[in-house]
Design a protein around this ligand. Structure first.
Ligand SMILES: [Zn+2]
Length: 93
């Protein structure tokens, strides 16, 4: 696999940057440096931490049931987690 298409984020990523690379992060496609930057951010950002956890669970669920469409309950949980994160972001502005 070529590295030219790899996404890049800053070493001190914002919540938005984390969202843009979340699927790569969970798939283990990011560099060690980026993973560490995300983990460091999540250590100080409970909404992002919760979002990553929800997202990871969702991916696992989908992978264990490849023939099933994404259950609506999972979709709801994911969008609720994203909304909580966005609300938390808005409060910091
Ligand atoms: Zn965050």
């Amino acid at each position: 696999m070529s590295e030219s298409g790899m996404k890049n984020i800053s070493s001190d990523p914002t919540c938005e940057e984390i969202f843009t690379v979340l699927s790569e992060y969970i798939d283990g496609e990011l560099s060690k440096e980026l993973c560490e930057a995300i983990e460091a951010h999540n250590g100080n950002c409970p909404p992002c931490q919760a979002f990553v956890e929800t997202y990871t669970k969702t991916i696992e669920l989908v992978r264990t049931q490849p023939a099933e469409p994404l259950p609506s309950a999972v979709k709801d949980e994911l969008s609720a987690a994203l909304k909580r994160c966005q609300d938390a972001l808005d409060q910091t502005r």
